[in-house]
Design a protein around this ligand. Sequence first.
Ligand code: ZN
Length: 319
Amino acid sequence: MAILLATALLPIHAFATEEDGALKIVFIDVGQGDSTLIILPNGKTLLIDGGERDQDKTVLSALQEHNVSKIDVMVATHPHADHIGGLIGVIDAMDVGQIIDSGQVHTTQTFLDFVETIESNQIPLVSVHEGDSIELDPNIDIRVLNPPATLPDRAYNEEEFNNNSVVIKLTYGEFTAIFPGDIELETESRLSSKDIDVDILVASHHGSRGSNTAQYLEAASPEVIVIYAGADNDYGHPHDESLDRINAAGVQHIFRTDIDGTIVLTTNGSSDYTLETVESGKIVVVPEFEYALLITSISLISLIVLINSGRIWKSSRPV
Ligand SMILES: [Zn+2]
């Protein structure tokens, strides 16, 4: 029995370590804000957003925990403080290869400090749009879905800053994920006609009711949704209307940073992946059915091997 159990547990460890070509995505709990660390199989790194300004230490400690000493590409999805604030301290403390943004310019002190920090550290800044790709690992496709090639020629308002967020789709073999920043209805509607079918979807705009529309969720049809929201945040994110639409869309698992804390996903590029929460110790292996089938199969094979080797029932016969 001990042998059976040990054999059955083996696949859990077989699922992805950084040594065997695994992709790791760390959804960092930065309170009310977003910050996603992506460690590619070849060791290159991508950091999408950094939470509010006082969250820089949270992001830096997550980077340290995952042995990241350099950010190859930093993405500022849009100029709001809950996305770029924490990046300022990271740029000052860490080697950053390149920064990409949406091309939008804000007037806030946080944005001005962000730009000044980039300039004083002499880091190349490139604005991206739909159709661009980020080439860091030949096995990983990282594509920019938004903003459109030409930014709308209007006076910026907060909704427009959100809608022009850099949206990234990542593909590794059979595994896909989308990181949408704070896009709202207008951009979700535009993206719904594109190829956005994914396994993992980050909820738009912290699960706000103005985003995460039924049409968009149907087009993305994710198995798992990750919501970035601060515990007891002032906005009431995620809103019930969004949660209702997410549940109605048949999403299998919802992870929330306000409840689950930091979430770590690993995959080796197959359709299998694991999500683990650091604080609550919750572990989800997807797809669950196939995983259960795999465990059962291995257990049965082990049993047959044991029977054939004479360690079961034969050994109880009189000799
Ligand atoms: Zn935000």
